[in-house]
Design a protein around this ligand. Structure first.
Ligand SMILES: [Zn+2]
Length: 87
């Protein structure tokens, strides 16, 4: 798997990746859309420079990773066409 550059919010946005933040203490996983991060911190912010606090245990030590949006939120299959009642 080719290593993609995912240092900044812009990189995540370009690669259509979600930022995953895992609490080192309790393993709680939070995911962030880069578009939200861009609004809060700006496009050039390096994700490693952000400060995180776990909402579950208050821990500040986290492990950062990223995930393909498609794998986290798969596109819904098309709706099945309605079938006639009775028949
Ligand atoms: Zn935690």
């Amino acid at each position: 798997m080719a290593h993609k550059k995912t240092d900044t919010v812009r990189d995540l946005l370009r690669a259509d990746l979600l930022l995953e933040v895992t609490c080192a203490a309790c393993r709680r996983l939070s995911r962030f859309a880069p578009s939200d991060l861009a609004g809060m911190y700006g496009m050039e912010t390096r994700t490693a420079r952000l400060r995180w606090r776990c909402t579950a245990c208050g821990g500040t030590a986290v492990v950062l990773s990223s995930a393909k949006r498609e794998e986290v939120f798969p596109r819904r299959p098309p709706p099945t066409p309605p079938r006639p009642l009775g028949g």
